[in-house]
Write a protein that binds this ligand. Structure first.
Ligand code: SER
Length: 317
């Protein structure tokens, strides 16, 4: 991995991944692309190009022009947005992925794309969900993610493309908001704790989902991509997670820093149904064994860091 093209670079993962990659591999060796431009460091700190991932020729042209050897395909619609507009989600999530895989095949690129806990469904074992298990998701996002995992495996088996992926849980970060996901409550709760000392959760009490802090997610992507291919038994995609938590756990962790904080509930039926179809906790043994996956942040450590970084950010804005 020496020169990397990133799609969806202004999204929740891309905003931090691009900066970290530029730090490690050099600013000019990370080509950030997104469907829109924004006034931020991803655009100003290195090469940036506007790219709609449905424009296959343009994607290939950018990859060739910059002579990249790796593509990290992040552009996608998240679960709740996908559920509200399933046809659009199929087009963007599958069309974009297919275009990116084709560029990887033609240009002989290493390939990364994230899957998700959304790739599991109601018939999947809910606790300590195995790496290899039943995957019959009931959301359009989940259908896209399972199809995506299979398509990436297919491109490896059929064409030898070095495809790799992880099943991310809910990702918590203070840099860019997620937008349109079922786990977004776990980000909003920190913003509202600092702004108003209260939050109304759209996910019900006692609803467990896996979560992870963004610095651990970024490290996981880079570590997986840098692993010697010979060590990988699985490829698309590895279970990764740092914690299995429900809204009341965030409440308790935040209260240690902001004692007046209160949490209320107004459950959104669409997102609650999605959450209930996903696992409570996933087993990350394969990722640990095959490429040394680790995390640095548990709920307490993440909460302390989130509140500290976010309060600086909110004071500036
Ligand atoms: N965070 C994502 C979502 O909620 C899960 O992949 O859609």
């Amino acid at each position: 991995m020496k020169k990397i093209l990133v799609t969806g670079a202004l999204g929740q993962i891309g905003s931090e991944l691009v900066m970290k990659l530029r730090e490690i591999y050099g600013a000019n060796n990370v080509v950030a692309t997104d469907i829109r431009e924004a006034d931020n460091e991803v655009v100003t700190s290195g090469p940036f190009e506007i790219l709609n991932v449905l424009e296959a020729n343009k994607m290939a042209d950018i990859a060739k022009r910059h002579q990249v050897d790796t593509i990290m395909h992040l552009a996608a619609l998240l679960s709740a947005t996908a559920e509200a507009n399933p046809q659009l989600a199929w087009n963007i999530n599958m069309g974009g992925l297919m275009n990116a895989l084709e560029v990887a095949r033609e240009e002989h690129l290493q390939f990364f794309t994230p899957s998700s806990i959304g790739a599991f469904g109601p018939s999947t074992p809910k606790d300590n969900t195995p790496q290899d298990t039943l995957q019959r998701p009931t959301t359009m996002y989940g259908v896209n993610k399972v199809a995506g995992e299979l398509l990436c495996d297919y491109y490896f088996a059929k064409f030898g493309v070095d495809t790799r992926g992880v099943r991310f849980p809910g990702l918590i970060s203070y840099v860019a908001p997620p937008g349109g996901g079922t786990t977004d409550y776990a980000v909003e709760i920190y913003y509202e704790a600092l702004r108003n000392k209260k939050y109304t959760s759209f996910i019900g009490k006692g609803t467990y989902m896996d979560m992870m802090y963004m610095p651990d997610a970024i490290d996981a992507i880079i570590r997986l991509m840098e692993t010697d291919a010979g060590r990988l038994i699985h490829r698309n995609a590895f279970n990764v997670s740092a914690m299995s938590v429900a809204p009341e756990h965030f409440e308790a962790a935040i209260k240690k820093h902001i004692p007046e904080f209160t949490l209320q509930y107004k459950v959104d039926p669409l997102r609650q149904k999605i959450a209930e179809s996903w696992p409570n906790s996933i087993d990350t043994t394969a990722a640990k064994q095959e490429w040394g996956f680790t995390t640095r942040y548990d709920l307490e450590k993440m909460t302390a860091d989130m509140l500290e970084k976010l309060s600086v950010k909110l004071t500036k804005n």
